[in-house]
Design a protein around this ligand. Structure first.
Ligand code: SAM
Length: 279
């Protein structure tokens, strides 16, 4: 059987995946896009040879990326999803009946097209009437938005290299803050607590210069190197640790209990930020 060797950026490991079939291979203006089928994970989406999602475990990431901010906001109506060209986060956002509008801002239209064709269960929400697709850099979207009317901004980008770098600068975080309502929430992935502790800490530090409330939660993701995946969450006012929603949604992994347990205990968080964790 052919193998796909993933050399993930700045991780000290490589992965070797069995490939039953290469379903798609193409190059967009931004990146190489490949879809393969693996006996365990099912269909897998690769961008520039880095695994983005798999049919088997995508819901862990998409639910945890989405529902923490959506459930700690009391009534999220207007949401911005930046990146996430596969559509998984948009699908999860639409589960919230309060949502009236989703700006889906993806730089590479080809990722959306490939996902529509090869990942129909992930891209399912893209044609919902509440979704407005914008093909552009997410940094320009928040820079040009002049009203503070967004309830949640969710960043589901590729790794923090190349054109995704624009989504991890102080200017970008300031522009996000300016788009948010007073109860607005922001979340972004920040790599692995095992392999990328310095990146996790640095993003927390930068966010603290911009937002009054900054926190960190994690989720177990089988396919991302380091597996113990960290998310940075920030707001102008509300703690993301509290579940404020008043309705149920259907999920496979996320629950109220997972929401509370996903956050790093305060003492451990303080040690992490003081760079005193001995691992
Ligand atoms: N969940 C995946 C992961 O963490 O590996 C990410 C999936 S999603 C396919 C990532 C998307 O972010 C890609 O389609 C990429 O084109 C998009 N992206 C990267 N930088 C961007 C930017 N500056 N503005 C908008 N979209 C961006």
């Amino acid at each position: 059987m052919i193998k796909f060797n993933e050399k993930a950026p700045y991780a000290p490991v490589e992965y070797l995946y069995d490939v039953e079939e290469i379903l798609y291979k193409g190059r967009s203006r931004f990146q190489e896009i490949i879809v393969i089928r693996n006996p365990y994970y099912g269909r897998m989406l690769l961008l520039d040879d880095v695994v983005q999602i798999t049919e088997r475990d995508e819901f862990f990431y998409h639910e945890m990326m989405t529902h923490i901010v959506m459930h700690s906001h009391p009534e999220p109506k207007k949401v911005v999803v930046i990146g996430g060209g596969d559509g998984g986060v948009v699908r999860e956002v639409l589960k919230h009946k309060t949502v009236e509008k989703v700006f889906f801002v993806e730089i590479d239209e080809e990722v959306i097209n490939v996902s529509r064709k090869f990942f129909p269960t992930v891209s399912a929400g893209m044609d919902d009437a509440r979704v407005e697709i914008k093909i552009m850099d997410g940094a320009d979207f928040v820079l040009n938005r002049k009203q503070a009317d967004i309830d949640a901004v969710i960043i589901d980008s590729t790794d923090i290299i190349g054109f995704a770098r624009s989504l991890f600068t102080t200017d970008f975080f300031n522009n996000v803050k300016n788009c948010l309502t007073k109860d607005g929430m922001f979340v972004t992935h920040t790599e692995s607590l095992h392999f990328h502790k310095d990146i996790v800490i640095e993003i927390q530090e930068v966010l603290k210069k911009v937002f009054p409330v900054v926190d960190l939660y994690t989720a177990p993701i089988a396919t991302y190197p380091g597996n113990w995946w960290a998310f940075a969450v920030a707001s102008k006012n509300l703690s993301p640790r509290e579940v404020r929603r008043r309705y149920d949604i259907s999920t496979k992994y996320y629950s109220d209990e997972i929401h509370r347990q996903a956050f790093m205990p305060i003492g451990m968080y303080e040690k992490l930020m003081q760079r005193k964790l001995e691992w």
